[in-house]
Design a protein around this ligand. Structure first.
Ligand code: B3K
Ligand code: ZN
Length: 873
């Protein structure tokens, strides 16, 4: 297939003002009648034929202005409907298609999840329902009629407001009519039909309108939707308070389904969710699950303004809605929880997923300029780095101008399909700042490396800080330009006091805000009146998505850990100390963890102040962190050994403190999912983990006791994770009991699959192969595949990268098995190999052979072929 390029964008030749859809739902023969009000688009080519997109469609008939068209009047294939001649005046086109929802295993278009019917149309699923101009810049008003057997689908939902419903005379069928008054692109269309339980509530908007809220779930799971409902109402209020955005329909519906390719989907007025991001109860969901639900509920809700009211002109602008909406949901979570802990978690995620992507063969700009398969661009770069760009923008222009820019954006572009340039123009206008250079963040891929060096002159009492930047080459972009990097900075003196920033080399604003803008290759700032060699706290709050080099010296890190008033950088100091210890051991064979241990001991002594933050500091870098920091010639076994040695050493040297914390922070009273309680559990569970690393016997008995008495899933799963690492009979016993307790509860069994897949032992590969035949496993369900195979490939580096190639063989076999069923899932799974070039040579060779084997297959999906080909580069 030919590449699609941003440079080739042209407006559509036709506009579709309204769409009337009529669905007669049936498991294998669903009939769709679409009636489109079309006219030529003045901005398009006035003599162009009408070409509508389709995908695997079966056409039953076409009418133009009420008259049936003979086969000679159009040309229909599975993926295209062409009418060479159409009237110049507005006209209607009626198209009948027949679908087989039960046979739709791609989970794109109209498909079945359990016994329900549901849809997923972003990015290009609507063309699997009917022929259409399936592109985001064609906005139409939709009216949808759904008819189904009453017993099979008592619930019938679509976008917008409910208009009418009733029985179909002389049959056991009924119908519902929905109308969405807001023009929208086809990717936001949704339909649900099924026999579902429901939780209802209402929300009064800031102008006093009452909105009916409903969350539909599998019967019997209603009580597990309470937290999602609460998160929804808090999201609606927050968007009013923080962005002045009010909800705009009479109803807001959410449906949870168990077969879903992604997390959730923001369809107008009818969000469809992976049930993993809706269902929670204390004994089935961890604190991480609760936080995930809150974040995703908010994210999809916030899309109503950033994505739906203002959508994207084309898919290259995906970050316009995704980066911005991630930024909004991160801010929401920061307001609902601890801002510092949220920031640390977000940066951890960025470094875990986006940095490796940006450093490997799949690197692409936040706004790509070419793609083969758009589904492969719903990436950490578009989402998470996209959010970082928005955050930098706010940092640079300040909160007030940022809010004014957002208001202007909503004012100017409501009801349109916009571009990144449109968006930036609002902030340029609101702040009076030229954002041309800043915009380079959207088009230049790769993670900039900021190199620093400091020079203190005691006689002159000056400290010269040299900052330089460089972005490594990425595919298709060999020469990089300097970008605008906001570097938040503070200097600390000998006694931990914060020093005033005095310099002629920075602007007064920069000095007053403690924010240096590094917008060229190099900058030297000489600070004056510095009484002694200072410690630099740079990139405070992770003010830009860059890598800093080199890490400060150990003594400086220890000082920062003690005195920095930026909680992010305090945490960063703990991580950098851990990295130093680990890489020190790799180089010299000797482990020196004294500095880190002492620093952590001080933190533990003050654990009550902010348990969640201390928990983050105790969570040592993962294998993936280490592999990324190493950058090349990665040998996962070596990294793993060094990491385990550090954990064990910390566990031994802090044994009594950890023990005391574990006992003191034990669960008291009923479970509540709030951030403060979650923080206490996080601290308790990370102490258990480190403690067990230092003293296996003690760890085993504490973990076994916790596993048996835990009153919530967070504590139970943490105990099981600790036992999983310790091995032996206690582990197998615990896994068996966990299964016995939760058999049949798919979302909980996913955790059971994942923990087993991540056991860092030789036998795990066989274990995973065995679990693939477990009766609760299914290659057709994306959550199951991700829980077992995804966890193995992304969360178990030593086994996945086993030198006998067995891990790679497992992944290759699964990818090729899943691909014909569900290309989005197979393509995403294969992305686990995106950093293969950083491996040491033997593994590199093994992976390259697997990738070549995949590319050599005939009949690969476009999605998988795209990833495999680009990975090989
Ligand atoms: N917009 C959807 C993503 C759909 C992906 C389709 N392959 C979810 C979200 O970002 O909110
Ligand atoms: Zn989104």
């Amino acid at each position: 297939t030919a590449a699609i390029r941003l440079a080739d964008y042209r407006p559509a030749d036709f506009a579709i003002d309204s769409v009337e859809l009529d669905f007669a739902l049936n498991p294998t023969k669903t009939r769709v009648s679409a009636r489109l009000a079309l006219r030529r688009n003045p901005a398009g080519d006035s003599s162009a034929p009408l070409v509508l997109d389709g995908d695997e469609l079966m056409l039953l008939g076409v009418k133009l202005d009420g008259r049936t068209l003979g086969p000679g009047k159009y040309e229909a294939t599975q993926d295209r409907l062409t009418l060479a001649e159409v009237p110049d005046a507005p006209f209607t086109l009626e198209i009948d298609t027949e679908l087989n929802p039960s046979g739709n295993t791609q989970l794109s278009g109209l498909y079945r999840s359990g016994s329900a019917y549901c849809t997923q149309c972003e990015a290009e699923g609507f063309r699997r329902i009917t022929y259409f101009l399936d592109r985001p810049d064609v906005l139409s008003v939709y009216t949808t009629r759904i008819e189904a057997e009453k017993s099979e689908a008592p619930i019938l939902l679509s976008n917008g407001n409910p208009i009418e419903h009733g029985d179909v005379a002389g049959s056991n069928r009924h119908y519902a009519l929905w109308r969405d008054p807001f023009p929208k692109p086809s990717y936001l269309f949704a339909l649900v039909g099924g026999d579902l339980g429901v939780v209802r509530d209402e929300f009064t908007t800031m102008s006093g309108r009452v909105v009916d809220l409903a969350i539909y779930v599998e019967h019997g799971k209603e009580s597990r939707a309470a937290y999602a409902m609460d998160a929804l109402k808090r999201s609606m209020r927050w968007d009013e308070e923080k962005f002045g955005r009010e909800y705009d329909l009479d109803v807001f519906n959410i449906v949870a389904v168990s077969d879903f390719n992604m997390g959730a989907m923001e369809n107008k007025g009818l969000n469809i969710f992976n049930d993993k991001y809706v269902l929670a109860s204390p004994d089935t969901a961890t604190d991480g699950d609760y936080a995930g639900i809150e974040g995703v509920i908010a994210h999809e809700y916030f899309h109503n303004w950033t994505g739906n009211r203002i959508t994207c002109r084309d898919w290259f602008q995906l970050c316009l809605k995704e980066g911005l909406t991630v930024f909004r949901d991160q801010e929401f979570s920061a307001d609902m929880r601890s801002r510092a802990v949220e920031r640390i978690g977000d940066v951890r995620g960025l470094r875990l997923a986006q940095f490796p992507e940006d450093a490997g063969p799949l690197a692409h700009p936040v706004r790509p300029d070419v793609y083969q398969e758009i589904n492969n661009f719903y990436t950490a770069t578009v989402y998470e780095k996209g959010a970082e760009i928005i955050r930098m923008l706010r940092t640079l222009i300040g909160e007030d101008d940022f809010r004014r820019g957002m208001d202007l954006y909503f004012e100017r572009f409501d009801g349109t399909a916009a571009t990144v340039e449109d968006f930036l123009s609002c902030f340029a206008a609101a702040s009076g700042r030229d954002l041309t250079h800043f915009a380079l963040w959207y088009s230049q891929a790769g993670t900039p490396v900021v190199t620093t060096s400091g020079d203190y002159d005691p006689a002159a009492r000056t400290f010269a800080l040299k900052l330089s930047q460089q972005t490594p080459p990425t595919p298709g972009q060999s020469d990089k330009k300097p970008v605008v990097i906001p570097l938040a900075l503070a200097l600390f003196g000998e006694n931990g006091q914060k020093l005033d920033l005095v310099s002629e080399d920075a602007t007064p604003t920069e000095l007053a805000r403690g924010l240096i803008e590094l917008d060229r290759a190099e900058r030297v700032i000489r600070f004056r009146e510095i009484p002694s060699r200072p410690v630099v706290s740079l990139l405070r709050g992770f003010s830009a998505p860059v890598r800093l080099e080199p890490a400060p010296a150990s003594e400086d890190l220890e000082r920062l850990l003690a005195c920095d008033d930026d909680p992010f950088n305090r945490w960063q100091a703990s991580q950098s100390l851990a990295l130093r210890a680990i890489f020190g051991r790799l180089e010299t064979g000797a482990l020196d963890a004294r500095g880190l241990s002492e620093a952590l001991r001080l933190l533990l002594a003050k654990a009550e102040d902010d348990p969640a933050l201390v928990a983050q500091a105790l969570s040592l870098p993962s294998d993936i962190d280490l592999a990324r920091e190493k950058g090349n010639d990665v040998d996962p076994d070596q990294l793993f050994d060094a990491r385990m040695a550090l954990r064990a050493e910390i566990g031994r040297s802090l044994g009594s403190e950890l023990d005391a914390i574990h006992a003191r922070f034990s669960a008291a009273g009923a479970f509540t999912p709030d951030a403060a309680s979650a923080g206490r559990r996080a601290l308790r569970n990370v102490t258990l983990d480190v403690l067990a690393a230092g003293d296996a016997e003690k760890g085993r008995s504490l973990a076994t006791a916790q596993f048996e008495t835990a009153g919530n899933m967070t504590d139970k799963l943490a105990a099981l994770a600790t036992l999983a690492l310790l091995g032996g009979h206690a582990r197998e016993e615990a896994f068996a009991r966990f299964y016995a307790q939760y058999a049949g509860d798919a979302l909980v069994i996913d955790k059971w699959f994942s923990l087993q897949a991540m056991i860092p032992e030789q036998a795990t590969t066989q274990r995973v192969l065995g679990l693939m035949t477990h009766r609760e496993f299914s290659m057709s369900n994306p959550n199951r595949v991700r829980a077992l195979i995804g966890a193995f490939a992304n969360g178990n580096l030593t086994r996945f990268h086993a030198l006998d190639g067995s891990g790679y063989d497992l992944l290759t076999a699964v990818v090729l098995e899943v691909d014909p069923k569900n290309p989005q899932v197979s393509a995403r799974l294969l992305s686990a190999l995106r950093s293969w070039r950083t491996m040491e040579s033997r593994r590199r060779g093994l992976i390259e052979a697997r990738l070549k084997h995949i590319v050599a297959q005939e009949n690969l999906s476009a999605d998988l072929r795209d990833i495999a080909t680009r990975a090989l580069g």
